[in-house]
Design a protein around this ligand. Structure first.
Ligand SMILES: Cc1cc2nc3c(=O)[nH]c(=O)nc-3n(C[C@H](O)[C@H](O)[C@H](O)COP(=O)(O)O)c2cc1C
Length: 199
């Protein structure tokens, strides 16, 4: 066995933690987390917009993304209700310069009211699905629902990408690489930024 000295470590029994303590610990150690801005269709035909930092790529072939939607005190979030019904959604990636307006998408408006409209963003029609995309974001992926996996009070939503839209100046060469410096994507790097309304 090595005799080298190691840093003192604090053991953490997760069963003993309060719900918000587990949240604080995980969101301040699993970093960075990219941010998905997700548009869905409400049942009255208006659009809904919300952000998710429990977001990543799960497969590039077939191209699949995931977001994890936690429950709110009153039940399911509008994004999940809409995805369960419509079986489709658009995932956008925003630039760090759009941080303030992306934060505003976390507001819990009553069902049927559009966060996008309140913030002043505009819509463009999608090409492969009914749900429109938001014109101002530099990356948009049109997704159909692949499956939903329930884990505790969260629903992990997997979406298969049918097609996408990338701001023209971001494309590098002929193989769909994107200039990351220009995109400057927004990610959660530090605890404290963003919404913790669902603790
Ligand atoms: C930057 C950011 C990241 C967020 N990440 C998540 C997340 O990963 N999962 C989640 O359930 N809510 C997350 N939220 C909170 C939701 O966006 C918020 O609950 C929103 O009101 C849900 O909207 P909806 O009811 O229209 O779906 C995040 C909010 C912000 C601003």
């Amino acid at each position: 066995m090595s005799t080298a000295s190691h840093p003192q470590m604090l053991p953490i029994a997760f069963d003993d933690l309060k719900r918000h303590e587990k949240y604080f610990l995980l969101v301040s150690t699993v970093l960075p987390r990219p941010i998905a801005i997700v548009s869905t269709l409400n049942d009255n035909g208006t659009d809904n917009l919300a952000s998710f930092s429990y977001f990543n790529v799960v497969s590039s072939d077939p191209p699949c993304l995931m977001i994890s939607v936690s429950a709110k005190r009153t039940g399911k979030k509008d994004t999940l209700i809409n995805i369960e019904r419509e079986k489709e959604f658009v995932i956008h990636v925003g630039s760090a310069e759009q941080k303030d307006l992306i934060h505003l998408t976390g507001e819990d408006l009553p069902y049927g009211q559009s966060e996008r409209e309140k913030i002043g963003l505009t819509l463009s029609p999608s090409t492969w699905i009914k749900t429109p995309r938001v014109s101002e974001f530099p990356v948009a992926y049109e997704c159909v629902l692949e499956k939903i996996v329930e884990i505790g009070n969260s629903h992990v939503v997997f979406g298969r990408i049918l097609g996408g839209h990338i701001r023209e100046d971001l494309k590098v060469g002929d193989e769909w690489k994107v200039d990351g410096t220009l995109l400057n994507p927004l990610a959660r790097m530090e605890p404290g930024y963003g919404s913790i309304v669902d603790l």
